[in-house]
Design a protein around this ligand. Structure first.
Ligand code: CO
Length: 316
């Protein structure tokens, strides 16, 4: 019953493609003569019947439902309300989390591959893939690789960049972080727990630190897996005569790492280590996804995709 509509759509798509090829080749000679509004009007109407547009929001995922609701769900909802013409879908990159949610909670979550296959089958023509990842590490590269397999499946397929990417992006990330910082008096500092990676993108954390230093913020970045570790952070805290610390995850969600490795009571948690070193420790157990500033960063990433500038390159 859709075949007639579909045929029309295909015809329109083909015609549009031919038009754009023609424009690309002869565009310079096709500048509409001034005072020729009729033709432009027709072109606008001609472009009206568009295919389905979708945004696939991809995150690592978390098996902690409370934090998922206020971080991943909240970011997806923010994106959905910002782009009402687009249907927003979800995928997680962690197969372990997908499996756990299915077995424990009977919640079915797609992998990026499954989500894109479904969107293809359902006739989406324009798809934006927006990762909620923080750094362009292995997870992000995996998203790029999966998307690449679908490059011929949609008219338009664009991937947005993660939070920490270009220099302006770091500035934006620091501004957004300020919204969740406590008042930092003389001997009180914030310690951020990033994830860390063996990927060269681990350098993102040091770049973030450098930007925080530029702003004169007493915020120190460490990571769970890699450099700089909590020992490096403690050395810095001591050099700066810090006595009190507020621990915050620099991760999308306050999941396993935040709850256990950061704030847990086990002797090797950051909280326990810092307390043994004599620091007064406060815990801020909220993922970045809860921060409106970070939600807005993701919205901006999607907007950059729509504007044809997914990497956010500023023209000189
Ligand atoms: Co981890």
């Amino acid at each position: 019953m859709f075949s007639k509509v579909k045929k029309q759509k295909i015809l329109v798509v083909i015609s549009l493609l031919i038009c754009s090829l023609f424009l690309a080749a002869y565009g310079d000679n096709l500048q509409p003569a001034a005072g020729d509004p009729v033709e432009e009007q027709e072109n606008l109407e001609f472009q009206q019947p568009e295919g389905k547009k979708g945004i696939l929001v991809i995150s690592f995922g978390t098996s902690y439902p409370e934090t998922r609701k206020v971080t991943i769900d909240a970011c997806e909802e923010k994106i959905a309300e910002s782009f009402p013409d687009y249907e927003v879908r979800r995928a997680f990159t962690s197969s372990i989390i997908i499996k756990k949610l299915k077995e424990r909670d009977n919640i079915i979550i797609d992998t990026p591959e499954e989500a894109l296959s479904k969107m293809k089958e359902e006739g989406f023509t324009k798809v934006i893939v927006q990762p909620l990842h923080i750094i362009p590490g292995y997870e992000y590269e995996e998203v790029l690789a999966v998307v690449n397999n679908f490059k011929d499946s949609f008219e338009q397929l664009t991937v947005g960049r993660p939070v920490l990417y270009g220099i302006e992006d770091y500035k934006q990330a620091v501004e957004a972080l300020k919204q969740q910082l406590p008042a930092l008096d003389k001997d009180h500092a914030v310690v951020l727990m990033g994830h860390g990676t063996t990927h060269p993108a681990n350098a993102c954390y040091s770049c973030l630190q450098s930007m925080l230093d530029d702003e004169g913020l007493k915020v120190f970045v460490g990571v769970v897996e890699g450099y700089p570790g909590i020992d490096n952070v403690i050395a810095k805290l001591k050099r700066n005569n810090i006595k009190e610390v507020t621990l915050m995850p620099y991760m999308l969600v306050a999941g396993d790492h935040a709850v256990n490795d950061m704030a847990g009571d086990e002797e090797d948690s950051w909280k326990s280590i810092l307390e043994r070193e004599g620091f007064v420790v406060n815990i801020y157990l909220h993922g970045l996804g809860e921060n409106i500033g970070y939600q807005e960063i993701y919205v901006q990433r999607v907007q950059d995709c729509i504007d044809g500038n997914p990497l956010g390159i500023k023209e000189e």
